[in-house]
Design a protein around this ligand. Structure first.
Ligand code: DLL
Length: 431
C-alpha cells in the first residue's frame, strides 16, 4: 500500500524535525549559491541559523512566478550547467516560460515522488500503462515516465495527441492504466465512442489524471464513461512536475503532499498569513531536498485547503483538497468571484449538455459579462431552437440560484468547442 512507508507514514514529530533540518540546509544552500536569494536574505537580515522551528518558515521571503521570469532561463540555478542533466519548462502561454533544471539526484527524487503516487493508485510492476501526457518540455510525460520506470511497469509512451491511435492502442495493447489530463481523457472517451469501441469493456482500470483543475463531477463522469477509477495527481514545474501530491485509496478525497520533499503552506491571499486549518487560501511550496533549483516559499496561485482529518490510509503527510482554481483564473463578474470549476460543477447538473464548455468574458458597456458556452447533447440539439432556448434558461437560472449572478448561456452544437490534447483552455478573456 505504501511505496516508502518510512517517509509516507513517518510520525509527525519526526517529520517536522526532518523538514526543519532540510529547510535549513536548503536555505543555506541557496544563500550561498543563488545571488537572487543571497540578496533577498541579506535584505531581510535572515539566514539558516534563524530557523529554530518549522513555523519559522514564515520569516522567509516569497518567490513568485515573475521572479522565475526575471531570471529566465537559468538565473535561479544553484549549480553550473555541467551538473545539470535535465531541463523542463512550462508552456509559457501566459508570458515568458518558466524553467526548471535537474541534477541526477533531482531526477531520482522526482521518480521516487511519482512512484509513491502510482503505488498509492494501485499501479504495480505487472501493469501496462499508456502515458498520454505530452513528452517534451512539459513535465507531465517524462515525470510520469520516470515514476513508471521506477516501478517497472510496461510503458506505452504515446504522448498526447493522435487520439484515434490512443484509442486503438487502448484496444490492442490492453493497458491497465492511462495517464493524461482529465480533459484529454474525455477527448479519448469521446473518440472511442465515435469509433464504436467501448472502453468500459477493455482491461483499463486506473486513470491517473491531473495538470489542470477538475471537479468531483468531472471525475465521476470520466469514471462512468471509461469504467475506471480516476485518481488525481498534482504537481507543478517549479517544484519538479507531477508527483508533488497524490490521492490515496481512501475515498478519493484529497491529495497527500510528499512532505519530506515539499513543505506546503496555505496562506490568506491578502495578508499572506496562514489560514485557520481547513480554510481556503493560496498554496505555497518550499522544496527542501532539491539541488539544482530549490525554491523558497513559492506562491503557486492555486487555491485549496488542507483537509484537517487524519487519513485512515496510514500516511501522515498532510492532504490538500482539489484545487478550486487559480487566482489568475478567477473571474470577477458583477462583484462576485467565480472560478471556472464552480461553473463546471453546475453544468454537470444539467443532463441536456455534455461537459465541454468555455467561459467567455466580454465587456458589455461598462460591465463585464460572462458567457457560458456549452455543448448540447446531440438529441437535445436536434430538437430545435425552442428546446435549446429552454435549456439555456435552465442553465442560467441554475447558476443564478447558486452564485447569484446572471450569465449569458450559449448552447452550441456537439463538437463545436475545440478538444483538448493537454490542458483545456476554459477561459477566453475578450476584454
Ligand atoms: O501540470 C505538472 C503535472 C503534470 C501535474 C502531470 C500533474 C500531472 P505545470 O504545467 O507547471 O505542471 O502546471 C502546474 O497546473 O499550479 C495547478 O494550477 C495545475 N495543476 C496541476 N495538477 C493539478 C491537479 C503540471 N491535479 C499547475 N488539479 C498547478 C488541479 C492542477 N490543478
Amino acid at each position: 500500500m505504501h511505496w516508502n512507508k518510512k517517509f509516507e507514514c513517518m510520525p509527525l514529530d519526526q517529520l517536522k524535525a526532518f523538514q526543519l533540518k532540510n529547510l535549513k540546509k536548503t536555505v543555506a544552500w541557496v544563500f550561498d549559491k543563488v545571488p537572487f536569494y543571497t540578496r533577498k536574505f541579506k535584505k531581510l537580515g535572515i539566514s539558516a541559523n534563524d530557523l529554530k522551528h518549522i513555523d519559522d518558515i514564515s520569516k522567509l521571503p516569497f518567490t513568485v512566478k515573475n521572479d522565475l521570469r526575471d531570471n529566465y532561463p537559468f538565473g535561479l540555478c544553484a549549480l553550473p550547467m555541467d551538473d545539470i542533466i535535465g531541463i523542463h519548462a512550462s508552456s509559457g502561454t501566459t508570458g515568458t516560460p518558466i524553467t526548471n533544471v535537474y541534477t541526477q539526484a533531482d531526477l531520482d527524487q522526482w521518480a521516487e515522488c511519482v512512484a509513491r503516487n502510482l503505488w498509492a493508485y494501485g499501479v504495480r510492476k505487472k501493469d501496462i500503462v499508456q502515458n498520454a501526457y505530452g513528452y517534451g518540455l512539459f513535465t507531465g510525460g517524462l515525470g510520469l515516465h520516470y515514476g513508471l520506470l521506477k516501478i517497472g511497469c510496461s510503458i506505452i509512451p504515446t504522448s498526447s495527441g493522435i487520439t484515434e491511435r490512443q484509442v486503438k492502442l487502448l484496444k490492442d495493447f490492453k493497458p491497465t492504466a492511462l495517464c493524461s489530463t482529465p480533459s484529454y481523457a474525455l477527448t479519448i472517451a469521446e473518440k472511442a465512442e465515435e469509433m464504436n469501441i467501448d472502453i468500459r469493456k477493455l482491461p483499463l482500470k486506473i486513470g491517473i489524471f491531473g495538470a489542470e483543475p477538475w471537479t468531483r463531477e468531472m471525475c465521476s463522469a470520466i469514471e462512468e464513461r471509461m469504467g475506471i477509477t480516476a485518481l488525481n495527481i498534482f504537481g507543478l514545474t517549479e517544484m519538479c512536475g507531477p508527483g508533488v501530491g497524490y490521492e490515496c485509496s481512501v475515498g478519493q478525497n484529497g491529495s497527500h503532499i510528499n512532505e519530506d520533499h515539499f513543505i506546503a503552506e496555505i496562506l490568506d491571499t491578502k495578508t499572506f498569513k496562514p489560514v485557520p486549518m481547513g480554510e481556503k487560501g493560496e498554496l505555497v511550496f518550499t522544496s527542501i531536498q532539491r539541488q539544482a533549483m530549490p525554491l523558497i516559499r513559492y506562491r503557486t496561485k492555486d487555491i485549496t485547503r488542507f483537509i484537517p482529518e487524519k487519513c485512515s490510509c496510514g500516511r501522515t503527510f498532510v492532504k490538500i483538497d482539489r484545487i478550486f482554481g487559480r487566482t489568475d483564473d478567477m473571474l470577477i463578474i458583477s462583484g462576485v468571484n467565480i472560478f471556472p470549476s464552480q461553473i463546471e460543477s453546475f453544468l454537470f447538473d444539467i443532463k441536456e449538455v455534455d461537459p465541454q464548455y468555455r467561459l467567455i468574458v466580454r465587456k458589455k458597456g461598462y460591465l463585464d459579462k460572462l458567457i457560458v458556452q456549452v455543448e448540447a447533447r446531440q438529441e437535445v440539439y436536434d430538437k430545435g431552437e425552442e428546446t435549446r432556448k429552454q435549456v439555456e434558461a435552465k442553465i442560467n437560472s441554475h447558476i443564478k440560484d447558486n452564485i447569484g449572478i446572471s450569465v449569458d448561456v450559449n448552447l452550441v452544437k456537439p463538437k463545436f468547442i475545440g478538444r483538448s490534447l493537454g490542458k483545456a483552455v476554459r477561459v477566453v478573456d475578450e476584454r
